[in-house]
Design a protein around this ligand. Sequence first.
Ligand code: DLL
Length: 438
Amino acid sequence: MTAPASALRPPTTDELDPEERLSRAEIERLQLERLRWTVQHAYRNVPLYTRKFDEAGVHPDDIRTLDDVHRLPFTTKDDLRETYPFGMFAVPMADVARIHASSGTTGRPTVVGYTRGDLDRWGALVARSLRASGIRRGMKVHNAYGYGLFTGGLGAHAGIEALGATVIPMSGGQTARQVQLIRDFEPDAILCTPSYLLTIADAMAAQGIDPRSTSLQVAVLGAEPWTNEMRHELEQRLGIDALDIFGLSEVMGPGVGNECLETKDGPHLWEDHFLPEVIDGDSLQALPDGERGELVFTSLTKEAFPVIRYRTRDITRLLPGTARPGMRRMEKVTGRNDDMIILRGVNLFPTQIEELVLGIEQLTPHFILELTKEGRMDALTVRIERHPDLSLETCEAAAQVLVQRIKVFIGSSVAVRLEEPGALPRSEGKYKRVYDLR
Ligand code: DLL
């Protein structure tokens, strides 16, 4: 078979942004210069930062090396709530070109703003991310991240345009229509959450379309934790490469980091624009690279919404760069502090169950976790759809294997309940995996 004209390949060195070719030392020099600017800008223009810096007894002039970032106070989601809606903006509203917001599970949304320059830099970083995934001009990109206040849809959209590729602005939902347009428009790439790609693959199969037979070559997936086992599942089912795109609204949106096609070893962080740290969530001390903890970001070029040491609640560790040696990578984020379930003293993340479920061939990837109280004890039930093509007996045996593996690998006793195919809710974006009924 001859390769199509637009065969997937990593960018050549010539195609990279100049910053992607910088050495580690050059990146760090750039970071220091930009850090000093950001800290001044935030201190002068955002009352909350002025107050917090003063309380911590630190002044922007104290930032002389990159390590001095550790002297600065942290910023948390509570700070953003306290200043709702626009109190953290560092420029006059007339200079704010766009507002986004993330819904959050409780209370007020988190509101973020962008100047025209911020939007241009964001577009350029998403373009860099998509290029690292093998996408380039001449390819059609089906964008199924939700458009609107969520940063996914419009953020990805601007990146596709900045790259010079062809954008199909589909947004999320209307799954049957997604399948039809993928058939008719023959996109090379799809952007959506990993759980939604699974929904789309199922919808294809339900319509009698082999998910491996479409024009899609690559998916750039993010906005929720997912495992390498899920990557493997999606790559096999759809005959594609699946890359991880990372980001969060407070720090920018999608494109804070992205995996490189040639290595697929966790997102490289675009360190010319963001300074990452990993801290111990309890002591709040910075941890050395390689140690796992909570990810913290300081923005380096943002005008409207600079963030200083923003605590993401995402758990990961920093690793040396590979495909882009000047920039560090992070281990794929498979959990957030807030998602951690504490079950009778054992900590567990939903993705640990995902990993085990996908390791058992007779199980489907469609499951939810239900937390209930049995007397005074917490109980966890994995409700999982049985495989439509296998006997009930086989499915029940597979469910028992899952119970045992969870006991052995995680240390928790859980119940597994089989559901009929199609019984559980399907993802249309960020998937809600855990239902706390306690
Ligand atoms: O989800 C931005 C985004 C859109 C990223 C599209 C990638 C693709 P928020 O809604 O603010 O922003 O949610 C941010 O989602 O702190 C992580 O917990 C999680 N997250 C985002 N990307 C990944 C990823 C967008 N690749 C929160 N892997 C973050 C794991 C991710 N978790």
